[in-house]
Ligand binder design. Sequence first.
Ligand code: FAD
Length: 514
Amino acid sequence: MLAYLEHFVHEKDAESRQDDEVASLSRALELQASIDELGPAGIASKDFGGIKSVKPLAMIRPSSAVDVARVVKAVAASPSLTVAARGNGHSVNGQAMAEKGLVLDMRALEEPFEILWIEGTAYLEVSGGALWEDVLKRCVSEVGLAPRSWTDYLGLTVGGTLSYAGVSGQTFRYGPQTSNVTELEVVTGKGETLCCSLTQNSELFFGALGGLGQFGIITRARVVLQQAPEMVRWIRVVYSEFEEYAGDAELLVEEVEECFDYVEGFVLVNSDDPANGWPTVPLEPEQVFDPVHIPSTAGPVLYCLELGLHYGNADHPYRSRVDMDVDRLLGRLRFIQGLKFQTDVTYTEFLLRVKRVEEDAKASGTWDAPHPWLNLFVSKSNIVDFDREVFKKILKDGVDGPILVYPLLRTKWDNRHSVVVPDSDIFYIVALLRFSPPPPKGPPAELLVAQNNEIIQFCTSRGLDFKLYFPNYQSREDWMKHFGKQWSRFVERKASFDPMAILAPGQRIFSRTS
Ligand code: FAD
């Protein structure tokens, strides 16, 4: 049963017409719907990016995959409707919106949440609308197990991140989240509910992973679990030279088995700017970043490698193996002595570390301001050029938030999935996570979008081997370039699973056919 349906009416004339449409849709779907005219302030027309806003006809809260399939079938039978699954709406360019279409609030889909053991391995059967933070809390507290591959921030849905990749500091070892699921239940654009895996409906399985929501709505995923560690030693070390930073980061990720459990890194401005500079590095309030250690040869930006090592409670941090392990692993690295920071936190605290950032940003008003974020994958062979032109010049004053840059291994990504990455054994994720205050305190969003475009233009004009992560293009030609030789496969998958192009219209790749 559909729990209820909300609709959005904003103009008097449009109001009665939309009322009729929503009412007849409601009847056609046999909804047990309560229509709430005001709704929760139109969340379906907003996202985290805060740059785009389009009004849907209605938002529906499905309570099961059966509901999802019923809605998709009704949309397919209509002359012009489209439907977007909305995870937690953390897109930045309206990707989870549907202009005059239906938005499915996937958070309403609470079940299943079940642990399975198959041939000695534990799996979580979880709803596509579940938040990763709930997955963490329930898995760790109820059974002491946890997924292997995460995102930095966990207020995202399972279906939302699987529709892209899902990347964090564990990706070098286990691959993105898309490489850590073995089965999906998907409602295709034809309204069929299919179970898919490596061996069953495999084309749909590979297509949906990284598929930008184009081939089906993920209603359930089977996620690989492992024993949850108890503690994490969380470390930050600072570099002044990019070549040394990148060389050390690559050394770490290439020695996958003899490494930290988490490897990330970021760029900071070489100044005392509280949002962009030295104060962003220490891990504890009493730790001080003393600039006296910075060599005089340092440029406008510095680099910070962020590392994590798991250990058990039995290994007390101050007398145990963990100190020796950390010393051995750090021993080969060329960071600036004197600029090393560390702390010990529980595994759950570590994985929820960005929650603190969210709380601070909400308090300061930067969470609700526009977020013109840019995420790219840049090949190892081009990352030094990228550093010279982008980090050291275009972004030398920072982005009022983290600028992530760390290496990933191509072998951990599955070519059969829909996501495209550079053609290089090692490539870097670069993420400009802008948290500027809204004008007049901060710059207008258009200026930041223009800066993003300047960076993309630099990459394109210099022929860098790069791909956008969370791609956002205006024209068919740009999408074709983005997918390159994978474009024909993407189009074939669309024709097989969503031939009328009713799904995820906010990605603006295909247009609805009648
Ligand atoms: P939405 O924004 O709601 O949807 C995204 C797209 O997926 C839409 O096209 C939608 O239609 C489609 N979709 C949603 N649910 C489903 C489903 N069940 N089936 C099929 N299609 C679906 N990403 C990383 O990889 N690593 C990070 O560390 C990371 N950190 C982030 C931190 C913050 C603060 C934010 C805002 C984003 C971050 N992201 C990160 C990006 C994030 O993965 C994407 O924005 C993702 O789309 C968000 O998931 P969501 O559940 O909000 O999806």
